[in-house]
Every structure is written in C-alpha cells, then in structure tokens.
Design a protein around this ligand. Sequence first.
Ligand code: M6R
Length: 624
Amino acid sequence: MCGIVGYVGHKEAAPILLKGLHQLEYRGYDSAGVALTGEGLSSISVFKAKGKVANLEEKVNAALGKSGQMLTTGIGHTRWATHGEPSEVNAHPHLSMSGDLALVHNGIIENYQLLKEQLSGHGYEFKSETDTEVLVQLIDYFYQKNGKNLAKAVSQALNKVIGAYAIVVMERNDPGHLVAARKASPLVIGIGEENSEFFIGSDASPLVEYTHKVVYLEDEQIADIRMGEDVEIMNLDETSADLNIKDVDFDISALSKGGYPHFMLKEIFEQPHCIKNSMRGRIIQHENGLYEIKLSALTNFKAKLIRARHVIIVACGTSWHAGLIGKQLIEEMCRISVDVEYASEFRYRKPVIDKDDVVIAISQSGETADTLAAIQLAKEQGALIFGIVNSVGSSIARESDTGIYIHVGPEIGVASTKAFTGQVTVLTMLSLAIANAIGSMGEEEFQRTCEELVRIPQKMEKVLGQNETIERMSNKFTYAKNFLYLGRGYNYPVALEGALKLKEISYIHAEGYPAAEMKHGPIALVDEEMPIVCIATHHHLYHKIISNMQEVKSRKGRILAIVTEGDEEVKAIAEDVIEVPATQNCLVPLLSVLPMQMLAYHVAVKKGLNVDMPRNLAKSVTVE
Ligand code: M6R
C-alpha cells in the first residue's frame, strides 16, 4: 500500500528520493515525507507534507535550496493510512525519541499497543497515533542497549513484532548506512556501480533508472547496506543469508503518461499491444499455418497440470473477475472443475485442498497480501501453485511453483485495465494448451480459437476507435447516483468489472448482475433515473438477454447496450449502443470490457475526479 524509497551514495539524496516517491505515489497518496542526513551533520532532517508528493517536494526544495548542505543519505515514504488519520504528524519517516534513528514502514504492526505500553514503561513518549512510531522506538530501545549496532537492534526489535513490514532505517551517527528488512511486504534493493551507491524501493520502478542489478529481499531477512561495501543479508536470528543479485528488465517509458492526460487512458489504449506481448512466443503459427501454444509452465509441470481434476483460483478485485472468466474457460475447454475464491475469504476458511489440486493465483502486483497468504496456505497442503502475475519478481511470482507472467508492462493507474485483458489472455492460452494436451477440445476448434485469439488485438483497436463516441455518451450519465451492469455467461464477469471500474474512479454506486437475476430483486431499483449497461453480444443466450432488456425498458430504465457489430435488434430497445466486432463467445470479454473501461474513465473525468489516484484506494494492497 505505502511506497518506500531509500538512497545512500555520493549524490544528493533528496531529488532521487522525491522522484522515486512520485513513481511510487500510486501505492498511497495521503501524505509523504523524507528524512535526510549527510557526512558531518549531527542530526537527521525530516520533512513531511499532507497530500500528494508534490506538496512535499515544494517544502523540501524550499528548505534545501537555502541550506547548501550535501545530504547524501535518505529515506522516503508515501502513505496510505492504516493507523491514524492522514496528517503530517502521522506521516513517515518517524524519528525515535532520541533523534538517533528515522524509519519508514509499509505494513501493520499488530501488537503495537502492547509494545507501546512496554516502551512507555521505559520512558518513551509518542507523538503520533501510528504503529510505525512504536517500531522506531522499539528499535531505538535495543540500539541504545546494544552499543548502537543498528542491524542487531533491528533484528532484536523485529523478533518482538507480530505483523507485516517492509522497513528502512537510517541513523544519525552513521550517514552512509541503511538497514532494511521485510516480512510480507515487498522491498527491492538496487546496487550501483561497485557498491558506490544503493537505491531502495517498494518495487523496482524507482531504481531502474539507476541500476538493473537488484536484490529482492526475502521474508524475515534484514539487509545491512553500507556505501562501498557488499550488502550483507541476514535472517531474523542474525545468521547470514546469501546475497542473490538479479538483473531486472524494465521499460522505463512505461512510467510516463506518453502524451495521455492520465495513466488509465494510456493503459486502456495500450491493450492491443499489451496482449500481443502476452501472446508473444507463446502462440506460434507454423509454416503449414497451424497454431501451437507453448507455455514453459506447461512443459515443466505438464504431468501435474493435466492430471488435475480440480482447480482453485484465488484473487482479489479485478483479478478475481478475470478468475471468473478463467473458470468458464477451463471448465468449457478442459472439462476440469474450477472454484473461484476471494483470497481474503479463502485464507481464513478451512478450504478443502487436495495435493493433486492446482491453485491459480491471479495478481497484477504480485503483492496482494490476501492472495499471497492464500497461496501459502494452499502450498502447505501440497497443491501446485500456479501464478498469473504481471510484476516480475514479485512475492506471488516467487512463491508460486510455476506460472505465466502476463507481460503487459507496469500498470500505474489504480483502476486495473490492461492487467485484466492480459490475465484473460493468459487464462485463455492456458485453457487452450491444457485442452489440447488432454484432448478435451477437437483440433479444429483449437486451431479456430487460436487463430481468433491472435486477431483480438486488431479487433480491440476497432473498439478503442469509439472512444470519442463513448466520451460524448458519458456526458449524460454524470448525474447518476446508481448504475446497474448486466451480462450473461462470459459477459457476467465483465458486468462485475464494469461496475467496479465505475465505483472506484467515479464514486457512483454500481452493481453487476447476471442479467436473469434481475427479476429476483434488483429490478425493483429500475426507474427512469437508472442507467443500465447491458452487455448483449451474440451468443447462445442473446435472445434471453434481449428479454431481460425488454423487462428493464418497460420500467423506463435507460439502457446503454454493448452489442455485436451490425446488431439491429438491440438498437430498437436501447438508448445508446456501442458495437464490438464479432468474435468467438469465449473471447468476447477481451472486447466487451473495453467500453466498460472507457465509460468509467470518461464519467470520472467529466466529474472532475482524479482517475489515476481515486480516494481511499491504493494500487497494491499489501495489508489485509
Ligand atoms: O494486484 P492485484 O491484481 O492482486 O490487485 C487486486 C485488486 O486490489 C485490484 O484488482 C483492485 O481491485 C483494482 N483497483 C481494480 O481496478
């Protein structure tokens, strides 16, 4: 949820930290802060501001512009509040009472109340309402007792802590030194040329401009980072661990808006290109024109994957909606039964998991705390964990036994768009590959579906071409307080996704329903004020959804329909119509979801809202 950055080296730390915080702002944006120090200074300077990183930047630039000091070590944080309201006093970094230490933290310290009472007994006083301030005082307590050995103090303190954390700590007496640690919250360390400088981030995005050599800290590991020396990794019990340096490959242009007014719009328009990337090297057309799907995950774990009789998909939010489509794909093509579970519920039930089951975790960020906990639970029970993840090297990717990256590039807009179509593309390829391997799908149908999947990016372009029409349409709906989204079959999860998109960025209440369920309750809501988005593309239930639309129309609901190109029947019923090219039923979500995304985007923009950073949300939900 929160974003963490750190720098130690020979350059001015503040510009590097502030730039990094801007890049991580999608993770949290209710307040931000930095702590800085440098050689020959006797204190740590802390700057904090409520709201966006830009507010902090103004403050820091105004103060440092005058000082002329060289501050080459620092830590920074952009916050998504858990304990204590968004305010300067609750913003990170937090200083220990002695002023010796400053700390930034992402996560939740569950036993902070108890620790706070114990520390109060030792004379510690607290300024904020945060669990984080308790943690810095606890580290300080051990630091003062053990002769100011910071790495040791961090390990002593973390051994007392229950909860999740990614932390970076700096000390007044030793500029040029940082200590970082993690448990259930991501942290990446970037290594500069010959250890001359180090960069820390909640993800790799703030580091890649400077280095491609990174260390993904593992759970319950502590990194001792000192300028000019190798990073030392140790476990919580202070035994040493291996330093695993990886090469990170990251397209830095993905971090800018590329001429679009918002990341969300850019990401919507990137989708044809993104899903081509998801398919690249995986759907192969041979010289004889026949298609083959090659997934390394299927090569390595073929026996287990094709033997599975039960698949459980765990995910949250948009990824859960992609999972619902995955269920239909796998059941239809492979005839294997699939359950789709909210990871947050699954982890706290006693789910029945067989060692022959395959658990598919779907996550854009690869860091969602509930999804991570769900796969850890399934792993303990012997299931094969299959990750469908975007963020390379993320916790879920690393925790999975195998999997497929969706390769859609960094998604910055809080509302997930290209990750959804990337996830559905990967689920389609996986279903096709398994169906082909076990023979549950005829060769002709397999070839036809592959051929059609490869054409989807081109068809997506046609849907995106209606952006201006959708923008005009959206003008009429800014008044709405409620929306209904209806779909059937493969379009039911798309209806849920459309409703979620609208809710999260336009703050309009919206519900997605399977269209036939309307008459079991929601129809009571329909009146002339109620916009109803009906996804009515051609498939075997087409005439049934037309009947559902008639039911809505006779109650004066305002229908906006998504139809297959050339459809005339729905035009006679609906107030507005958006066309999508004809395709196979199982591939329709890849097209029908685009108008949902564009509609939500334009309604939110017309309402003057910040679509990339909607209130109360964070891009990656690393707390439960
Ligand atoms: O990173 P993940 O895919 O695991 O995230 C899951 C949800 O938090 C995410 O999809 C969320 O619902 C989005 N804001 C939806 O647009």
